[in-house]
Design a protein around this ligand. Sequence first.
Ligand code: PLP
Length: 460
Amino acid sequence: MAQAPVSTTIQQEFAERFAGSRAMHERSRQVIPGGITHDGRHMKPFPPYIARAQGAYKWDVDGNRLIDYVMGHGSLLFGHNDPDILAAMQAQLPLGTHLGAGHELEVRWAEQVSALVPSAEQVKFTGSGTEATLLAIRVARSFTRKPIIVKLEGHFHGWHDYLLKGEKPPFESAANPGIPPEVLSTVAVVPSDDLGMLEERLAQGDVAALILEPSGGSWATIPFVEGFLQAARDLTTKYGVVLIFDEVITGFRWAPGGAQQRYGVIPDLTTMAKIVAGGMPGGALGGRRQIMEVLAFKDDAEWNATRKVRHQGTYNASPVVSAAGAACLRKAADPAVQRYCDDLAARLRAGFNAAMLERGVPGYAWGESSVFHLALGERAPNQLGGDLRMPQGVSAEALKRSGHGKLIELAHLGLMLEGVELFHAGGMTSRAHSEADIDETIAAFGRVLDRLRDEGAFAA
Ligand SMILES: Cc1ncc(COP(=O)(O)O)c(C=O)c1O
C-alpha cells in the first residue's frame, strides 16, 4: 500500500486557515474528553468548530465556508434550516416544549411513519437511533422468549452495550472496553456475505432476532451481494427469528418508505432516527402489530406485571421534535426528493472516479442512493471511471477501514481547504445541494489529488 509523507503543506495550511478551530479545540479538551462530543468527529490535527449553517453550507469559527456532506450525520435530507421544518418547530415552541402528556403531533407523526414505512403497522418513539435499536432487541427477545441477537460484521446500530460487538475491524477480535463479557455473549456476529454461516447460527434455535443495516454495513460501505436481503428474510421466516432492519440512515433516504420499499423486502421491525425526526434528536421503532403489542398495557394485571415490555424516555416524541418530524416526513413522502438526492450522489461518485482514473491515482468512490464513500491508495478491479455500487475484490474489513489512514486524512484536510467537508471519507447529499455544488466538489477533489501527487503522497 502506498505511504504518504508524515507532514505536508496541506497540514500546515490547514492549521493556519482553521486557527480558530484549533484554539477552540484546545479549550474544549480541558472540559470535554478528547475535545469532541461524538467519536465520529475525531480528526487530526483537530476538527473544525462550526458557527452556523444554511442549506448545503456551513461556516466555521474563522468564517471558512464549507459545502457540507456531513449533513447532520445524515439527518438533514433537506439541508440546514429547511424553512418548512423550521416553521413547524417555531409554531410549536410557544405552545410548550414538553407537555408531559400525549399530544396530537405525536399521533400525526406516527400516522405518517406508518403510512410511509411498509413494515410499520405501529410505531413507538424514542430519543435516538441507539435507543431505537435497544428497544427493538428487547421487543424481539420478549416476543420470541429467546436470548440471542445475531448481527452482521461491520454493521453499526448505535453505541449501547449489545450491538457494538463486531462493528469495527478486526471484526472477530476488536476490544470492547466497558462492556461485560456476559452481555457480549448474548450477541452472535456473522460475516455479511455468508448465508451458510447465517443459516447455521439461526438454526440453533436460541435466536430472537437478526438485525442488519439493509444498505449493507455502515450505510453501504460494505454492500450486500444481490439477493442477500431476500435470503435473510427467507431464513428468518424459516427459523421463526424476528428480522430487524436498522433504517436509521436509509429510512426516508433510500425511498420514502426506506430501503425496505426500495428493495421490496419487508422486515418484522424497523428502527429509525435522523430523517424521521427532521434532524432533531429522536428515533422510532416500527413494526408488525402482533410484535409491537408486547409494548402495550392490557386489561390483564398478570400480563402488565410479567409480560409487557417496559419502555420509558422523558423526551420520546417531545412536541418540538414531533413537529420537525411530521413536517419533514410530509416533504420526504415525495419520491422526487430521493431521486434528486440520488442523482446528485451518482454524479459525485462518477466525478470522483473519473478524477482518479484521469490522474492514474489509486482509489475509488462507491455507494448507493444518496451516499458516497471514498478509498485512496488501493485499486478496485471494477473501477472504470463511472458510478460504482460495489467495489469487487476488496474485503469487508478493508472497505470498513477505508475511512481511515494517512491518505484519506490528507485528502479530507485538502478538501476542507477547498471549501468541502466530507463525513469521514464519504458523505450524503441533500435536497439543498445543487449540481453546481457537486461540480465544485469534483473540481476541488481533482485539485487535491494533484496536490497530494505533487507532494509525493501516492509514491509507492
Ligand atoms: C445504522 C445506524 N443505526 C443506529 C445509529 C445510532 O443512532 P443515534 O446516533 O441517533 O443514536 C446510527 C447512527 O449513526 C446508525 O447509522
